[in-house]
Structure formats: structure tokens, C-alpha cells
Design a protein around this ligand. Structure first.
Ligand code: ADP
Ligand code: MG
Length: 287
């Protein structure tokens, strides 16, 4: 199942004095099984873009084709199940008296009920790392990170083939963020889904995805493998973004140790590269 975006432009409140162009001539194709990060400034159009992926927003001009289906057409119910979108601060949409009811809300709307439902719920809880005992609690008794995971579970339980997460860790503390990113990584590795994640945290993007799409002022500014995008620090900086902090550290180190690889974007990779360098020098010293 792929997403094809062709010459997509989107204007909010078209034809009113408040008209605002949010997307301009976007062309991208996301294939089945990709793990894509979408980055860009606040207001660059990331959320507007991803809401086109399940037909929630319709192009002002251009086309969005998902699984061969034009999202401007009718019959989007199945598409809504196939493409699950977790919005920013999804816990704001929890409103039932129990976690159970909140998680099944979307399933029921799709007409999925009965025996298979509970099994799906249990396996989803396992993915997001929540205990079954949480099901009969009120969402309002939970911590921020737990609420967020319940809200995400409500989307995952529909077993979408494409999962879009818009700033999934925004506003959480470091341990809450880690939990979220760990299970997103597991989800991608174990469930054969396509994952699209919107974030403005470069460290997280570098750790997770294979491909990065950079949006700037409603346009696609860069699109490529994570290593290619973050290597180009000058271009990122020219639009007010940056590479992960550790990339800059490696660039500094390269001034002293020309043999070091500075096209590095995660702390893990940096550690391995620094140890490699130290090991070699240690070896040299003993020789
Ligand atoms: P991002 O997710 O990258 O922060 P958005 O897609 O939310 O960006 O917004 C893109 C542009 O569209 C911004 O200029 C924003 O102010 C405008 N915008 C977003 N939502 C609406 C809306 N519901 N009505 C009018 N303008 C909007
Ligand atoms: Mg947004």
C-alpha cells in the first residue's frame, strides 16, 4: 500500500479574507514498508500534509492516491482504517469513562465487535507497553505518558497498514518520550507496517527513520535517506533547522582527528566511531 502525492496544494478558508496557502505543489511517493520522518518548522505544513493521507483533508489542487484510491472520491471508511493517524496531543480526544471504551471507540465505529475485539485489544496493549489492568481505569487517572499510549492504542487497534504519528512525543518528559519511541521502533520492526512520523526533534528522527522529508513553507525542501539529509547541515541551517547535536560534535572532532567519520547522527554511532578511533590510537601507541 503506497501513498502518492501529486502536485498537491492546499489552501485553508479559500475564498475568504482569511485564505491561507498551507501547501504548494507537493510531490512525494511513500512505498509500503518505509519508515519516514517529516520534519520542518512549526507552521511549515506538516500536519496539513499528513491529514491528506487518509482523506481527512482534500486537495485544493492536485491529487493524493492511497492504495490506488483517489482520496477526493467517496468510500473513505476503509481508507480511514488502513491509514491510522495519531494527531498531536491525541489524549485530548479521550473522553470515555474507561480506557477500554476509549480504545474500542474507533473499532465500533468501523463495525468491528465481538470476540476478536478483545484479542486485538490485548495485543495492542502489549505493543504500547500497558498492562491489561489499565482497561477498567478512567483515562483521567493515568499519567501523561500512559494517556498518550492509550490514545495511540485506539488507532493501532484498528490494525492500520500505514501509521502516521504527528509529534507523538510532544510535551512528554524524557522517560515518556523514550517509551513512545521504543515502541514505535518495535512496531515498525515487528508489524510490517509503514510508519510516518512528524517531529521537530532531529535526535529522534535520526534514531528511528530511514528516509527524511523536509518541509519548508509548504513545500518539499529535501527528501532522501537520513544520512544524506543530515550530512547537509548547511542546507538545513539555511532554512532554520539543524542536524542532531552529535553531528556537530563529530564535525568538531574531525578538525582534530581527520580520520574520523563525521557523517554520524546518533549517539550510538558516535560512540562506536570514537571507540574505533581510540582503539586504533591505542594500538598505535603500543606498537
Ligand atoms: P505544522 O504542522 O508544520 O506546524 P500546519 O500544517 O499546522 O503546520 O500549518 C500550516 C499553515 O496552515 C500554518 O500557516 C497554519 O497557521 C495554517 N493553518 C493550519 N491549520 C489551519 C486552520 N484550521 N485554519 C487556517 N489556517 C490553518
Ligand atoms: Mg503540526
Amino acid at each position: 500500500m503506497s501513498i502518492e502525492v501529486k502536485n498537491l496544494s492546499y489552501v485553508y478558508m479559500k475564498g475568504t479574507p482569511f485564505e491561507r496557502k498551507a501547501l504548494e505543489d507537493i510531490n512525494i511517493k511513500i512505498d509500503k514498508g518505509e519508515f519516514v520522518g517529516i520534519i520542518g518548522h512549526t507552521g511549515s505544513g506538516k500536519s496539513t500534509l499528513v491529514q491528506h493521507f487518509n482523506g481527512l483533508l482534500k486537495p485544493t489542487t492536485g491529487k493524493v492516491i492511497v492504495n490506488g484510491m483517489d482520496t477526493s472520491g467517496k468510500g473513505l471508511k476503509e481508507l480511514r482504517r488502513q491509514v491510522g493517524i495519531v494527531f498531536q496531543y491525541p489524549e485530548h480526544q479521550l473522553f470515555e469513562e474507561t480506557v477500554y471504551k476509549d480504545i474500542v471507540f474507533g473499532l465500533k465505529k468501523l463495525g468491528i465487535e465481538g470476540g476478536t475485539m478483545d484479542e486485538r485489544i490485548y495485543s495492542t496493549l502489549e505493543i504500547v507497553g500497558l498492562d491489561r489492568s489499565i482497561l477498567y481505569k478512567s483515562p483521567f487517572e493515568l499519567s501523561g505518558g500512559q494517556k498518550r499510549r492509550v490514545a495511540i492504542a485506539g488507532v493501532l487497534v484498528m490494525e492500520p497498514e500505514i501509521i502516521v504519528l504527528d509529534e507523538p512525543a510532544a510535551g512528554l518528559d524524557p522517560s515518556g518520550r523514550n517509551e513512545i519511541f521504543n515502541f514505535i521502533k518495535k512496531l515498525y520492526m515487528n508489524c510490517k507496517v509503514t510508519v510516518i512520523i512528524v517531529s521537530h526533534n532531529m535526535e529522534e528522527i535520526a534514531r528511528l527513520v530511514n528516509r527524511v522529508i523536509v518541509i519548508n513553507k509548504g513545500r518539499v525542501e529535501m527528501d532522501g535517506p537520513v544520512k544524506e539529509i543530515f550530512r547537509n547541515t548547511k542546507k538545513l541551517e539555511s532554512i532554520g533547522l539543524s542536524a542532531p547535536q552529535v553531528t556537530y560534535l563529530m564535525k568538531e572532532l574531525k578538525k582534530i582527528f581527520p580520520g574520523i567519520d563525521d557523517n554520524i547522527h546518533t549517539v550510538e554511532e558516535a560512540k562506536a566511531e570514537i571507540l574505533r578511533l581510540l582503539g586504533r590510537r591505542g594500538g598505535d601507541a603500543r606498537a
